[in-house]
Each structure stands twice: as C-alpha cells, then as structure tokens.
Write a protein that binds this ligand. Structure first.
Ligand code: LIP
Length: 300
C-alpha cells in the first residue's frame, strides 16, 4: 500500500505535543542525569521516558515500520535500512534542558529509502513547531500548541530573513556546535574549525559575520531552514539529530551538504553535516569557500 505522508505528519505532530507536555512537566530538581560516553554526553530520565512514550505511540500506529531512537540505539547493531523508519531524538539539546536554557526540542523524523520524508521539530519552551513533508513544503508555527491548525503557520521559503540570497561567506551567520565528543583529534578539529571561521582576513575583514550555538542540532538546522542563520556545521551528529531537520530544510529550499551526502547510517556516515540556507546562484562557490576555509573538517 502507498504511504500517506500527511497522515504520518499529523501523527508525529500529535506525538510531539504530548512529548512537549512531558518535557515541560519535568521538575528540573527531579531530573537525574546520567552520562553516556563522557561527562558532556548527558541523558536524563525524561529523555528515556519521552522515547518510551514516542516509540509506543508510533509502534501502535504503524506496527510494520522500523524505529530508531537515540536512547535505544546500540552502536554496531542499530542500522537504518531502506524500510519506512521513524528516526527519533526525544530531547535534542539535553544539556540545555538540564540547565533551563530554553532551546531544546523533540525531533521526529521519518525516512523512506533512507531519505528524509517527514520532519517534525518542536521546542516546547518557546512553543515553536517546525514541520516538513517531502513534496509538501515546510512550515514554522509560533504559539503552536494554541493553534487549531497544528503544523501550519508560516511557509518557509528560502531565501528569507536577512535580506536576499546569501551574498558571500563573510556576511554569513554560521551555527556551529562543540557536541559531546571533545577528546583527541575530534577536539582538535573543532577548535581549528572555530578558530579559522573567526580569523581575520588579510584585508582586515572577517571570514564570517559571527558564530552561534543553539545547543541543539535539530534547532540549528531549522534555524537555517528559516533563514535565521545562513549555515550550520557540526562534526559528530547522528541520524536522529538531523533526520527531521533535513526534511524541513530541503522543503524550505535549503540544502544539506555532508562529507557523505545521503549516507546517514551511523555506522557508515562520516557524521559531518553542513546545512546551507536558500538557493542562490553563488551558493556552490560559498560552500566551496567554506570547505577551503575550514580545511579538512572531517571527524572520525
Ligand atoms: C546533541 C545536540 C547538540 C549537538 C550534539 C548532539 P542531544 O544532542 O543537541 O547540539 O552538538 O552533537 O546532537 O544529546 O542533546 O540529544
């Protein structure tokens, strides 16, 4: 049977609001945190509870579809196949959540043939919802939980804010993240990339306007889709960080450029992501210049 992407979108939006209520209801003093790979890689009981709720809702609604979630991912075992697959991060921006910095979201992606087909990203603290359906456009909705038509709102059509198309790299606002892997070579690469992006050019100008870090990969990609930042680079993302945002970005007319485009299986992917807002005639050149400036920004 054919797969109804609109129906999947509507299901994901309802699940996102339920997750948002759970996240808002979590009392910060009750949040007990654990660490995964290192002390910067945090997981809370809320992350786990939200993922349990999301997976039970989605398995009940779509029993034959696959499900990949950050908290139940098993390195070396979990793979993303061409089958219809939900790709879920219950809280993207867990560090922000723990600190009460209001940039965290639930990120719900759906892939077909390993390609992003539906994306729903919801920040319950600011009540902003981003949605995208392959072939159906993407939207940003403020006061989303109060709206009767959830998942509608403002159509994202890049280039948007910040004037016209991205003129050149030196006028770009670029989102970057430290992520949680900061040891050895990974740390060196990130430190080098950030230093190069903020360096002065010989003519006294700067490589980029400035750097920003929202602390959530999904929200950085949505900010690119909405034209609030021009580019987003990170090394070390996983599929659940990017799946939903990727669909929203594509449908907004932006582009995901990666070390290994389209191959986002965690086991195979180089896990370097570069999201670029709206199409402009000079976009290729700007992306080329970006790679040249950062040098070899590939991560392990
Ligand atoms: C994290 C992001 C963070 C990014 C990390 C990771 P988590 O996800 O929110 O911005 O730098 O690579 O993706 O652990 O909060 O779900």
């Amino acid at each position: 049977d054919s797969i109804n992407l609109q129906e999947i979108h509507d299901t994901l939006v309802a699940v996102a609001f339920e997750a948002g209520r759970m996240i808002l209801a979590a009392n910060p003093s009750d949040i007990s945190t654990g660490t995964k790979m290192n002390s910067a890689d945090i997981v809370t009981e809320t992350d786990q509870a939200v993922e349990r709720m999301v997976s039970s809702r989605l398995r009940a609604a779509y029993p034959s579809f696959s499900f990949v979630g950050e908290e139940t991912y098993i390195p070396g075992t979990t793979t993303i196949t061409p089958a219809p697959t939900f790709i879920v991060d219950p809280i993207d921006g867990t560090t922000n959540f723990v600190h009460g910095f209001p940039h965290a979201c639930i990120s719900l992606g759906f892939a077909l043939d390993r390609r992003p087909a539906v994306g729903v990203v919801y920040n319950p603290f600011l009540d902003v919802l981003y949605t995208g359906i392959r072939g159906g456009g993407s939207y940003m909705q403020r006061n989303a939980s109060l709206s009767k038509e959830k998942g509608q709102g403002e159509r994202l059509k890049l280039p948007l804010a910040g004037g016209g198309p991205l003129a050149d790299l030196s006028s770009a606002l670029v989102a970057v993240e430290w992520g949680s892997q900061r040891e050895g070579e990974n740390f060196e690469i990130k430190a080098r990339v950030f230093r190069k992006l903020t360096a002065r050019k010989e003519d006294g100008g700067s490589m980029v306007h400035s750097l920003r870090s929202l602390g959530s990969a999904a929200l950085n990609i949505c900010a690119t889709a909405a034209g609030q930042v021009d580019m987003y680079w990170e090394g070390g993302c996983y599929a659940w960080d990017v799946a939903a945002g990727w669909c929203i970005l594509n449908e907004a007319g932006g582009r995901m450029v990666s070390g290994n485009p389209g191959e986002w299986d965690p086991a195979l992917d180089s896990r370097v992501y570069l999201a670029v807002r709206g199409a402009s005639s000079g976009q290729e050149e700007i992306v080329e210049e970006f790679w040249k400036v950062i040098g070899d920004g590939r991560m392990e």
